[in-house]
Design a protein around this ligand. Structure first.
Ligand code: GDP
Length: 472
């Protein structure tokens, strides 16, 4: 009905167009993105989809240049597994490189801020690794200013080292190398530097532009020197923020706590967050009821580059969601609701994997050429017979492939294969294991069970002819 109104055509015309595509829809039914495009096309319209990001609707206040202050760099530690990421973060968190409250950081809240003897500050993201880094980036948050890439001197430059370097580079984040485990007898930092040179990363002492520091995260050797180099790098970035503005930033992590409700760690990137502020974060909002720092001290406000735990949101936003402080609650709620609605619709639109019911529609809009099947059964003979018949269903338009066939129950690994290859699982006289069923539900993999070969063939044939009526 909405689509008909937008195009100024009759609802019945839209419904009959859907029917011609093999879709039996009701007046209030939501269509997915592809169907909408095809239907609109029939009426001579082009559809443009507006993503949830566009519902930002949040205007940046003008920033007077003289209101801008330097802020602490935000640092992520990345590198190959076991090269010492956690050890480095733990050492910095607890060690006496930190002025004042040494060892005072008892909680893991996803980020922490340290003040060095020199009085300068650095914020560390406490979820090491490029996977977390890139997952946040994928959600739109660019929270890292500098990456420390850690390489163990008793090992080599490993695949994940290269991956970490690539992820940092893809994000345009400057790199400082930490060559770790120099206390170990077999350590050879020069070999690592040579390896880096071969990758075109020439470190400073070799005449290049990349800073690097030999360290031992475990023994705490040269950590201050490393942090000084990080600060030097930060100086070149001239990181600035305006404390006077309403806060904006990113969600680092969030959870539901039995006693306290939704608890979220936020990293303030600009402005100042205060108790009582109305925060809009992803699809959720709420008044900041209480704020805590990484030392579990209650605080009233948090400025740029400061991580903070807040209580008071009405849900758990995802890591990497951006947050804003809003002027009024009504507006915050409206935008949160709109985002939720869009996310839900997008969820409906994007069927993760092919299902038998989907096939007819996908064929109608012309983007389906191959049907991948996994065939499991109780005896070899029937699996062969069924597979042969299914492959013979191939037409000029659609090739049927049996990518895997075997005797036995449908297992988790069958489901994973289906996920990776966008396949439908056909079970003949067998059932999925509990675990397989659970994963299939999560991954939205279609499992079809039959006890008569003829039924299996007929159903898949009908689906391919677009004749399978959708399950309601
Ligand atoms: P991650 O997987 O990168 O987080 O690595 P970890 O920090 O967990 O370190 C892996 C192992 O290396 C642990 O057993 C650490 O104790 C050890 N390790 C880390 N840094 C050093 C170091 O500087 N010297 C020595 N000898 N061992 C280290």
């Amino acid at each position: 009905a909405e689509l008909a109104t937008m195009m100024d055509v009759g609802v019945n015309d839209v419904i009959s167009t859907c029917m011609s595509l093999g879709l039996f829809v009701s007046i209030n039914q939501r269509l997915d993105a592809e169907t909408m495009s095809v239907v609109a096309d029939e009426f001579g319209f082009k559809v443009e989809f507006v993503s949830a990001d566009i519902i930002e609707a949040i205007e940046e206040e003008d920033t007077e240049p003289d209101e801008v202050h330097p802020r602490a760099p935000i640092v992520t530690v990345m590198g190959h597994v076991d090269h010492g990421k956690t050890s480095l973060l733990d050492y910095i968190r607890s060690a006496n490189v930190i002025a004042g409250e040494a060892g005072g950081i008892t909680q893991h809240i996803g980020a922490y801020n340290v003040t060095l003897e020199s009085g300068r500050r650095i914020t560390f993201l406490d979820t090491p690794g490029h996977e977390a880094f890139t997952a946040m980036r994928a959600r739109g948050a660019q929270v890292t200013d500098i990456a420390i890439i850690i390489v163990a001197a008793d090992d080599d430059i490993m695949p994940q080292t290269k991956e970490a370097i690539n992820h940092a580079q893809a994000a345009g984040v400057p790199i400082v190398f930490a060559i770790n485990k120099i206390d170990k007898p077999g350590a050879n930092p020069e070999r690592i530097k040579e390896g880096l040179a071969q990758l075109n990363f020439l470190v400073e002492e070799w005449g290049g532009k990349y800073q690097s520091q030999d360290i031992s995260a475990k023994q705490g050797i040269n950590i201050e020197e490393l942090l000084e180099k990080v600060l030097l790098e930060a100086e070149m970035l001239e990181l600035k923020a305006n404390k006077e503005k309403r806060a904006t930033g990113a969600i680092i992590e969030s959870s539901l706590d039995k006693g306290r409700g939704y608890v979220a760690t936020l990293l303030v990137q600009n402005g100042t967050l205060r108790q009582g502020d109305i925060v809009l974060a992803g699809q959720y909002h709420g008044h900041v009821k209480a704020m805590f720092n990484e030392r579990n001290q209650r605080i009233q406000e948090a400025g740029p580059s400061e991580p903070v735990i807040i209580l008071g949101l009405d849900g758990a936003p995802q890591a990497g969601d951006k947050f804003n402080v809003m002027e009024n609650e009504r507006e915050a709620r409206q935008i949160a609701n709109k985002r939720e609605q869009l996310a839900r619709e997008q969820g409906l639109r994007t069927q993760k994997h092919i299902t038998l019911d989907e096939i007819g529609r996908r064929i109608a809009i012309g983007n389906f050429q191959e049907l991948n099947l996994i065939v499991k059964g109780d005896v070899d003979g029937s699996i062969e017979a069924l597979s042969d018949s299914l492959i013979k269903l191939s037409t000029e338009e659609i090739q049927v492939n049996v990518i895997h066939k075997a005797v036995g129950a449908i297992s988790e690994s069958d489901v994973m294969l289906a996920t990776a290859s966008d396949a439908i699982i056909v079970g003949f006289q067998v059932r999925p294991s509990v675990q397989a069923r659970r994963v299939a539900e999560k991954e939205e993999v279609d499992i079809r069970l039959y006890s008569i070969i003829y039924d299996a063939i007929e159903e898949i044939k009908s689906a391919m002819e677009g004749m399978l009526s959708p399950e309601i």
